[in-house]
Design a protein around this ligand. Structure first.
Ligand SMILES: Cc1cc2nc3c(=O)[nH]c(=O)nc-3n(C[C@H](O)[C@H](O)[C@H](O)COP(=O)(O)OP(=O)(O)OC[C@H]3O[C@@H](n4cnc5c(N)ncnc54)[C@H](O)[C@@H]3O)c2cc1C
Length: 414
């Protein structure tokens, strides 16, 4: 169930073994979150999507993409109080005013001793890594925007490798001049020259038997039957699901209370990608940038046309902004005013350059690492396994998986 990258990976493995499989997919294309869409000659992905995989099996599949691959050096940036700060901000403070630099450095010096400090949650971890001032003005604000939670509500296991932790010397040096090293955790970002991120998956999709517009709505594990919203009934020998755990559980009758309680503790972010088509190439040179300012609802912005010029018509460019919020939290106009409107307000793009904007909502984006996650997801997955349903992918494993890890989750089915 699901023709995202995990479902395609599972079907690819079965195909290589000579076993027959059918994928039921609710959309009219493959790729799930890794798919791309086109409007008037502009192509957008569903959120940023660049590959920085170190997994040979994944790179082998991606390298076969027709048309070749662009390899970008990561050059992210940040916007803070309307100013550009090179990423990561913690070791590139040189653009801030002296008072703020001093406040950050003094608090950095006052960090508790890491060997004895007690870290109960992500907020404690941030204060320990960066000191109070930086933690409160940068990552704690960003957490609210990106994770839809306070840092104190999150666990820390997912954070370590993803966030650069500079030494005091690096912070001081970066407060005087730009840190020219690439300290981002990935050194090369790959993207198909043609067809958007989805094109990386085309080799697997070609071999798959995908039934599009087939939304699964009911599963009877005893009779081994799946029903779709269009009235089709499929019987199976084996069921593999990449659907979000809460959704799949809701499709089964008579779920034990313990599982129902566990599933209610699983939380994920949801939100919009706000796509912008521009008639000039007049956009910032960064593949992506983070926005710390809270008056702008977007947490991140990236450029599809910088990932590949094939994503925009000749002479044009594009951006996409990422906003995490409930589906009905803002009206469309409010969303546009507080994202695109803010970019115009601070002079990053010009209103007269905008050809069109587009809002796309994703019900599941990132798994949120709140306290009960590990125990709750184990209860749910064990229950599904005991009913003969194997779960894969970001929302089937309920984990912070990049596309390569989601792919491996599918390719690795036994
Ligand atoms: C904001 C953001 C940025 C990201 N950036 C990157 C990045 O730069 N690089 C990277 O490697 N990874 C990135 N990822 C991670 C990547 O998107 C995921 O790891 C991957 O797409 C998950 O694939 P999946 O197949 O597990 O799930 P999905 O892509 O969600 O696939 C599930 C499929 O199931 C289908 N489905 C759902 N319900 C039903 C139903 N009832 N019946 C039938 N079909 C159904 C869906 O339509 C979908 O096709 C990012 C993710 C997010 C949210």
């Amino acid at each position: 169930m699901g023709a995202g990258i995990a479902g395609l990976g599972a079907s690819y493995t079965l195909w290589q073994r000579g076993e027959k499989s059918v994928i039921l997919e609710k959309d009219n294309t493959y790729g799930g979150l890794c798919s791309s869409f086109e409007i008037n000659g502009f192509r957008f992905d569903r959120f940023i999507h660049l590959s920085f995989s170190k997994i040979a099996q994944v790179n082998d599949i991606f390298s076969k993409v027709e048309g070749g691959i662009y390899r970008h050096a990561p050059n992210p940036s940040n916007i803070y109080k309307g100013k550009w700060i090179k990423h990561p901000a913690q070791n590139n403070l040189y653009v801030l005013d002296e008072d703020e630099k001093n406040a950050i450095i003094e608090d950095f010096k006052r960090r508790p001793d890491a060997s004895t400090a007690k870290v109960n949650n992500y907020e404690d971890w941030l204060r320990l890594q960066f000191g109070n001032y930086f933690a409160e003005h940068f990552p704690m604000v960003y957490t609210r925007k990106y994770w839809m939670k306070e840092a104190s509500e999150l666990r820390t296991e997912w954070a370590g490798k993803r966030i650069y932790q500079p030494s005091l010397d690096e912070v001081i040096a970066g407060s005087k001049a730009e840190d020219e090293r690439i300290t981002y955790y990935a050194k090369e970002m790959r993207y198909p020259k043609k067809g958007g991120y989805q094109h990386f998956l085309s080799i697997m999709a070609e071999e798959a038997d995908i039934r599009y517009r087939s939304e699964v709505r009911h599963i009877n594990p005893l009779e081994r039957i799946v029903r779709t919203t269009d009235g089709q009934v499929y019987s199976y020998n084996r069921l593999i699901s990449s659907l979000p755990l809460p959704e799949i559980v809701s499709m089964i009758d008579y779920v034990p209370d313990e599982v129902g309680k566990a599933v209610s503790k699983l939380e994920a972010t949801c939100g919009y990608h706000v796509s912008i088509a521009l008639k000039t190439k007049n956009i910032p040179p960064y593949l992506w940038w983070y926005i710390y300012d809270e008056d702008n609802l977007a947490s991140r912005v990236y450029s599809p046309s910088l990932k590949s010029p094939d994503n925009a018509p000749e002479g044009c460019s594009s951006l996409q902004m990422e906003v995490y919020c409930k589906e009905d939290e803002y009206s469309e106009q409010e969303l546009l005013d507080k994202t695109v409107g803010k970019l115009v307000e601070i002079g990053i793009i010009k209103q007269e350059d905008i050809l069109f904007t587009h809002l796309g909502f994703e019900k599941h984006a990132n798994i949120i690492f709140t306290e009960p996650i590990y125990e709750a997801r184990k209860i749910v997955r064990d229950y599904l396994i005991s009913n003969g349903i194997q779960t894969i992918g970001r929302f089937g494993e309920w984990d912070y998986l990049w596309s390569d890890q989601s792919l491996m989750s599918g390719l690795g089915i036994l």
